[in-house]
Design a protein around this ligand. Structure first.
Ligand code: NVA
Length: 313
């Protein structure tokens, strides 16, 4: 019997128990990076990047090699996905060449379509709506610095209406965290995502709350997070966005309102003097380079998890 194909398209594709299992696996793979080879063959993982990338491309390429696999870079422009060929036809072709597909693109709906028709696991390497691989890395980093995730309070400041805000709402509550957003009223995470996060929190002991006052959001928090105010694809709105979000910059004054041992996180790229002060990003409470490294370990873990749950081609 063929095992069903599982994908990782958004954070709540993993139950709380599965998320914990993947994070345990990530820690084990970090401790033994060249041991387990679930992609031995080598099996091919197709990777496609329709938006700029540094951490994601490099961490997937290195991680796939460490797992014994082959990372195949597919140029989305050359392929003309959705232009020269439909997403459905691209999915059918890549699913015959590769064991998994990793895709960074714009609309989540296109990723869902790829997963529906490829016949192999698809991993979300960032869409406009979600960035679940980043959240696995972030949760691994929190575990390393705090020992646990459940019961901790995280405050996310700035543009919470982006992929990182939505993913924090889902993955943070799945991990049993109290997720607070400090954002202007119109820049809260998606309402449907917030409702789902509240439901998840009801089962894990976590919670989700939105504040318009940045100082209120960060008060006593264990983890402080921010992200660029100008997500990829929003470059035309840069000037207006910088004006709208300036009251939510992660400054030393706001860090002082959090718990004394709070850690500071940022998925990068960071814009010093905009969403985060240079003194904070480069300061003693910042764990951003651990986060960047942990992309590799966390993504290896989700690949190994999906390989275990799916009969690979
Ligand atoms: N919200 C950011 C995340 C970058 C990793 C963006 O989409 O550009």
């Amino acid at each position: 019997m063929t095992a069903p194909v599982r994908s990782f398209l958004r954070d709540d594709d993993l139950t709380a128990a599965e998320q914990a299992q993947v994070l345990d696996l990530a820690a084990a793979l970090k401790a033994d990076p060249y041991g387990p080879k679930p992609l031995a063959g080598p099996r091919t993982v197709a990777t496609i990047y329709d938006k700029p990338t540094l951490r994601t491309q490099s961490s997937f390429a290195a991680g796939i090699a460490e797992l014994g696999g082959h990372s195949m870079l597919v140029d989305g422009n050359l392929a003309g996905i959705g232009v020269r060929e439909s997403v459905v036809d691209v999915a059918r072709v890549l699913g015959r060449q590769a064991s998994m597909i990793v895709w960074r693109t714009f609309a989540q709906a296109k990723l869902d379509e790829m997963a529906e028709h490829s016949g192999v696991p698809v991993i979300n390497a960032l869409t406009d709506e979600f960035h679940p691989c980043q959240l696995l890395a972030d949760l691994l980093t929190i575990r390393e610095h705090k020992g646990v995730t459940a019961g901790l309070t995280v405050a996310f400041l700035g543009d919470a209406a982006c992929n990182m805000g939505n993913s924090w709402a889902l993955a943070g509550t799945t991990a049993g965290m109290h997720v607070r957003f400090g954002a202007p009223e119109h820049a809260a995470p998606d309402a449907g995502v917030l409702a789902t996060a509240a439901t998840i929190g009801g089962t894990t002991g976590g919670s989700v709350a939105v504040f318009t006052d940045a100082a209120e959001a960060v008060a006593g928090a264990d983890v402080l997070v921010t992200d660029t105010w100008v997500s990829m694809g929003k470059e035309d709105e840069a000037a207006a966005r910088i004006a709208i979000f300036s009251a939510y910059a992660l400054t030393e004054e706001l860090v002082a309102r959090a718990a004394a041992d709070a850690i500071v996180m940022h998925c990068l790229p960071a814009y010093r003097g905009k969403e985060i002060a240079a003194e904070v990003l480069d300061g003693p409470q910042s764990v951003v380079w651990d986060e960047a490294e942990n992309r590799r370990h966390a993504q290896k873990a989700i690949i190994a998890f999906l390989a275990g749950a799916t009969e690979l081609r």
